[in-house]
Design a binder for this molecule. Structure first.
Ligand SMILES: Cc1cc2nc3c(=O)[nH]c(=O)nc-3n(C[C@H](O)[C@H](O)[C@H](O)COP(=O)(O)OP(=O)(O)OC[C@H]3O[C@@H](n4cnc5c(N)ncnc54)[C@H](O)[C@@H]3O)c2cc1C
Length: 509
């Protein structure tokens, strides 16, 4: 039985379908609302923004979240990986998370605010005559806050962490959550709702196994760090004394970390030597014949994490038509590890190589241990499978894991519970198996439906799920699916135009 009032018993946790009586017996207060979004980050925001524009009112929507602002987790991860408010993101001008119409884009807004046409002009000539325009993080956060206020975001947010989403015996669902300690008299509360939207972001950040083992065995969380966790002490130390740092990964996060390291050399006189370790080192262009990713010095370059046509063009249509292994293969060929081809980064690395402070290494890690004198960390690297060469040891003061690995969905408590109890399954990439309209397969409950968006759905019928545009696309598809069953109105041309005018005048809805 439950121990504290409003707590949940083991017996209920083991039961897949709950009744109103079950929750009553446990003293758990239940509130009715038609739609609940779980997460409260950028994915929930995109969803709720769309529903509000489609005419749903604040009392029809609840967002269960432990965040103060929708961009909070994003800003935390971006800032740790060295993208601060004044730095530019990866996505383009049209990926405007605060405006479902995509216009005006960030470039035009930046030009307008600065009274300088440079940003808007870049968009006209990118990517041939200029790098893609990308917005500053601070601009994105600010505009998102403005739209959140306009749609009365705060009035829909219910603080808490969701522990279980369970089918109700008479159809619909219970969303059971833990409110912040000390704010309620019961340990748990629940929403009874017809529609659930999951937007819980990354199931967790994972380090490379050899680095994780090193950290745990040696209890050394200072010298071996993950780029997504706070690690400013590493840069501070490198500005104080000459250090060697070993960086692993060849994606956008690795690029940004390398930029930070070289900027610190250029601007603060740091004497850092960088060893950059590649596990796979491409030497020729990658990707399907219709779309080639240029490769230079081990880096695979493309503007965005997937080709632009994946968001709304021919690649989107193709992916929608593929099933099983074919879909997995196609996704791998248009995605894969890659970074943005920024001239600034390339110039820094070329210079680093010439001057000897940026050294590339290739191979598979055999071991990571404290060095003989205990002052550094030693990485032993053997040639990758099929390659020849010598086993090499690299001693470094710090190791930064910039591979950006995500944990398995089973490691997320709520998602694991849902795999066990709601009928949810996994797709070809071991994430949640959703339909083309982002409805979670196998989880319908009477008229009730569960939807999911974000990185937890990668491997389904849409590639760019973990992006601003992808989250908005998912929100629109989910909205269409809901409108078909009478929840909210379709956003036709008249509503769309009227709503855009409201958006442009920042008029509350
Ligand atoms: C460093 C970085 C840079 C990126 N740059 C770009 C870019 O330039 N352009 C672009 O388009 N995309 C970018 N992305 C990708 C994507 O847009 C972001 O990851 C975005 O934040 C994803 O939104 P989300 O809602 O899925 O996750 P989040 O914004 O992380 O929100 C999910 C929230 O759900 C909460 N949560 C989890 N479990 C529960 C639970 N059980 N109950 C309640 N709450 C829960 C989490 O704590 C989290 O706060 C970037 C991602 C990262 C990490």
């Amino acid at each position: 039985m439950a121990t504290t009032p409003g707590d949940i018993s083991d017996q209920l946790v083991q039961t897949s379908v709950w009744s109103d009586q079950d929750l009553h017996n446990h003293g758990i207060p239940v509130y009715d609302v038609p739609f609940v979004s779980v997460g409260g980050g950028i994915g929930s925001f995109a969803m709720v923004d769309t529903l509000r524009i489609a005419g749903l009112t604040t009392d029809q929507i609840r967002v269960v979240s432990d965040l103060q602002r929708p961009s909070q987790t994003y800003e935390y991860l971006a800032s740790n990986s060295q993208i601060r408010r004044e730095h530019r993101l990866r996505s383009d001008s049209g990926s405007v998370i605060d405006c479902i119409w995509g216009w005006p884009g960030y470039a035009l807004r930046e030009s307008w605010a600065d009274k300088n046409p440079a940003a808007a002009t870049t968009v006209l000539v990118e990517p041939i005559l200029a790098n893609y325009y990308t917005p500053k993080a601070g601009q994105v956060y600010q505009s998102l806050d403005r739209e959140a206020a306009r749609i009365s975001w705060n009035s829909m947010v219910h603080p808490g962490v969701v522990r279980h989403v369970r089918k109700r015996d008479r159809g619909d669902y219970f969303v059971l959550f833990t409110p912040p300690a000390g704010t309620t008299t019961t340990k748990r509360q629940a929403f009874r709702c017809r529609y659930v939207h999951l937007a819980v972001g990354y199931p967790g950040v994972r380090m490379l196994d050899d680095l994780q083992n090193y950290r745990e065995k040696n209890q050394d969380f200072q010298r071996v760090v993950n780029a997504y966790e706070p690690h400013d002490h590493v840069y501070a130390e490198m500005r104080r004394r000459p250090c060697t740092v070993l960086v692993r990964g060849a994606g956008i996060v690795a690029s940004r970390v390398l930029q930070r390291l070289i900027d610190d050399r250029d601007e603060h006189g740091a004497k850092t030597t960088i060893v950059h370790l590649f596990r796979t080192y491409p030497t020729k262009a990658e990707g399907p014949p219709t779309f080639r990713r240029p490769v230079k010095k081990g880096w695979s370059y493309q503007g965005f994490n997937f080709p632009k046509g994946s968001w709304g063009g021919q690649y989107r249509d193709k992916l929608e038509s593929l099933e099983g292994d074919e879909r997995a293969k196609f996704l791998a060929s248009i995605g894969g590890t890659n970074t943005a081809p920024r001239k600034y980064w390339q110039e820094q690395l070329d210079r680093g190589e010439r001057e000897g402070f940026y050294i590339q290494a290739r191979g598979e890690v055999e071991s990571v241990t404290p060095s003989a004198d205990g002052r550094q960390v030693e990485t032993v690297v053997k040639p990758s499978r099929g390659a020849t060469g010598l086993t090499t040891e690299y001693n470094a003061d710090f190791i930064i894991d910039a591979t950006g690995l995500e944990a398995r969905i089973e490691e997320h408590r709520l998602l694991n519970d849902m795999l066990l109890h709601t009928g949810a399954g996994k797709n070809v990439r071991d994430r949640l198996d959703v339909e083309r309209d982002f409805r979670l397969r196998g989880t319908d409950s009477g008229e009730g439906r569960i939807y999911a968006s974000g990185s937890i759905t990668l491997g389904a019928y849409y590639a760019g799920v973990d992006s601003f545009l992808g989250l908005q696309y998912a929100a629109l598809r989910i909205h269409d699916s809901l409108a078909e069953v009478g929840f909210g109105k379709k956003i036709g041309p008249v509503r769309s135009t009227a709503q855009w005018w409201k958006w442009a005048r920042n008029k509350a809805i």
